[in-house]
Design a protein. Sequence first.
Length: 365
Amino acid sequence: MRVTMVIPSMGSGGAERVMSVMVNYWAAKEWEITLITLAGGSSPPFYKLVSAVRYVPLGVACDSSGFLSGLLNNFRRIKLLRREIIRSAPQVVISFIDSTNVLSIIAAMGTGTPVIVSEHNDPFMWKIGRVWDELRKVTYPFAKKIVLLSESSKSFYSIKVREKSIVIPNPIVSPAGAPDTSHDIPVKKPCVMAMGRFDSGKGFDILLKAFASAIDKNREWSLVILGDGPLRRALEQMAVKLGIEPNVSMPGTVKNPFAYLRQADIFVLSSRYEGFPMALCEAMACGAPVVSFDCKTGPGEIITDGADGILVPAEDGEALSFAVERLMKDKAKRARLGANATKIVDKFGVEKVMKQWEKVLQDVL
């Protein structure tokens, strides 16, 4: 099988993590895999790719200064993307993430190559701009399949798109295969942990306030937030203002999150919206008891409330603080939730999810 995969970049995000799992899995089966990114190759992919994967960074992910500039840049992106699709001669193209999906569909038109597009955000909350939104409406019906992460996101799309859509969750890698270097990681215990890009969507501002309230009588607890992004400085200043700076650590983006997640006494997902949060799934796979906002899509399809995690109303900081504080005081409940959480690997394991993808490929071809 020859498959060409397309994604904006191979940075440290969840979609990029999924992409690396998929291409490495299929390359191990001796499939011919080409991975195209719009971003350049000035830095290597954050997640390791096996040598059998043909990696093609186009270097066309620059910002546009205006409408005309954007039009010209996208014309160039489509031209180069089309060239590489034809060069790789795939039996199918799989594209990740909204605007890149639009470009991939247009680039493959007339080549006879079917295109499958995959969305990785909550379309109700993740805004891509009016022009891209209209282009998505026009182009998505030309895709052979639209892969979504949750049933609840289907209603966002037109009937024609819904008829072509299928829900496939993200594949969760078992931490059993990752080296256990947790003893080398200096984490102040007991600790609450979170992970994600430092932007508004991840809700770390809500988390900081909730944590400050929860540790009012539990000052021995620390908070570790893995990741980085544009709001780092603002979050650091907020920790100081809340008087919790000595209890908060932000070590940055890490290559092996399992080493940290294995040490989490509680993991919190404070996102305002999600697609299918890899951070939450990987924390559960490591046996961490989790508390999560019940976003419109994502967490509610992963967590069985009270059995393998705790769901609280989305963006309700008081409810989050209350749930975290109760878990801090209940070691037995933490142990029970954590033990049940590890079953997520059986539910969304790589083999199981990749079989679903391969069924889609069979249907398309």
